[in-house]
Design a protein around this ligand. Structure first.
Ligand code: ADP
Length: 288
């Protein structure tokens, strides 16, 4: 444990990748930094089995642009658990111009995956910080993205449920290209108006743009990896590297498939119904 804490401190002060690589080859998944940072790590695993005894530990899967961040953050507010998006952790690291930033920029801007070691170190630091602040439970978005990451996660904690959001590929590309972020408040918006006719057995789909308020309008930026070429590359990498993660959880009986029927007004109530959370939303609205 103390050795892992030292490793986390080393990660924070700089030499993360090489140290992590050396240590992780020698350590079993249960001894990795992730194990140390998980609030419900191995030692407590057996006594916190069901979601009734602790806050939820969910994972959101889905292709780039499908809306993992949108629905995971809504659910995190509803359930009072942190929404932890590894893509955000990577972007924070990029913006910090720390020692990893140059290395990460090259990988991320080509749409490639960051190494498991780096991503696990970023996630471990985030979980440890949350634990110190009394956070409990989580909704993970963008992790795990490889079967190896899923196996490591499995070695350190119990995931209750995995929601797999699905949308047709032509719509995913349009949504990524329409995505904008306010450089000041950090909120996500989407300028694309998706209006696709039903054909070849696929239903029609309409998604209204998610427009920013006036004060954000002049501060909108586009993610460097949201160009058409990079989006198509990310989709290919998702199919090759991340789709097998769906099978990993399907075999465990934890995968909940959710085909998005449209934009937030149609999809959110349907998702709540499938998750059996309609009452929770009503209670929250009633007490707001
Ligand atoms: P997307 O819109 O493609 O789902 P994210 O915001 O989740 O994008 O992630 C942005 C980038 O951060 C990814 O393209 C990848 O380079 C990196 N990244 C995020 N999560 C992971 C992960 N679990 N493993 C490896 N790389 C990751």
């Amino acid at each position: 444990m103390a050795a892992v804490q030292r490793l986390l401190r080393t990660a924070a002060s700089g030499g993360a990748a090489s140290v992590a690589r050396r240590r992780m080859t020698a350590l079993a998944p249960e001894q990795t930094p992730l194990a140390a940072a998980f609030p419900f790590a191995v030692a407590e695993r057996s006594r916190r089995r069901t979601a009734g005894e602790r806050n939820v530990q969910w994972v959101f899967l889905g292709c780039p642009g499908v809306g993992k961040g949108t629905y995971a953050s809504r659910l995190s507010r509803l359930l009072g658990v942190p929404h932890i998006a590894t893509g955000d952790l990577v972007r924070d690291e990029l913006a910090s111009s720390g020692p990893l930033a140059v290395q990460l920029a090259e990988i991320v801007n080509q749409g490639k995956l960051v190494s498991d070691e780096i991503i696990i170190n970023l996630l471990s630091k985030r979980l440890k910080k949350g634990e110190e602040q009394g956070e409990s439970g989580f909704i993970l978005d963008g992790f795990p993205r490889t079967v190896k990451q899923a196996e490591i996660l499995d070695g350190v904690t119990d995931i209750d449920m995995v929601v797999n959001l699905k949308l047709r590929e032509d719509v995913l590309v349009e949504k990524c290209l329409g995505r904008r972020i306010c450089s000041q408040c950090g909120k996500n918006f989407n300028l694309a108006c998706i209006d696709v006719k039903g054909e070849n057995g696929l239903p029609p789909i309409y998604m209204a743009p998610l427009l920013p308020p006036n004060n954000c309008m002049s501060k909108l930026i586009t993610r460097a990896d949201d160009t058409e070429e990079v989006v198509r590359n990310r989709l290919q990498i998702y199919n090759d590297m991340s789709q097998p993660v769906e099978g990993f959880y399907q075999k465990q009986g934890k995968l909940l498939e959710f085909d998005l029927p449209g934009g937030i007004p149609e999809s959110w109530p349907k998702l709540l119904r499938i998750l059996n959370l309609e009452d929770q939303e009503e209670m929250k609205l009633a007490t707001a």
